[in-house]
Write a new protein. Structure first.
Length: 82
């Protein structure tokens, strides 16, 4: 599973709950869930497209590495996202 959160600080009524906490807190929260957060931020569409594509590629490579390791070992264990 690859969750993607859009923490839009300018919602119609109010910012989202997760948009109200610091990056450090958000990072700690998701690491506590066993995930590795990647923050992609900006407002230039062309730059954001490149940053998001690069980040998604990194995530897919991590997922493939975890899958490969599990298939080679034959052990069904819970992946710890690095």
């Amino acid at each position: 599973m690859l969750p993607v959160l859009h923490l839009n600080g300018y919602k119609i009524n109010n910012p989202t709950i997760l948009a109200r906490i610091s990056h450090e807190e958000l990072d700690a929260l998701f690491r506590g869930y066993g995930w590795t957060p990647h923050f992609v931020e900006g407002d230039d569409p062309a730059e954001m497209h490149q940053l998001m594509a690069a980040t998604m590629e990194t995530c897919v490579q991590d997922i493939r590495r975890i899958q490969s390791t599990a298939r080679k070992s034959g052990k069904a264990t819970r992946a710890r996202w690095q």
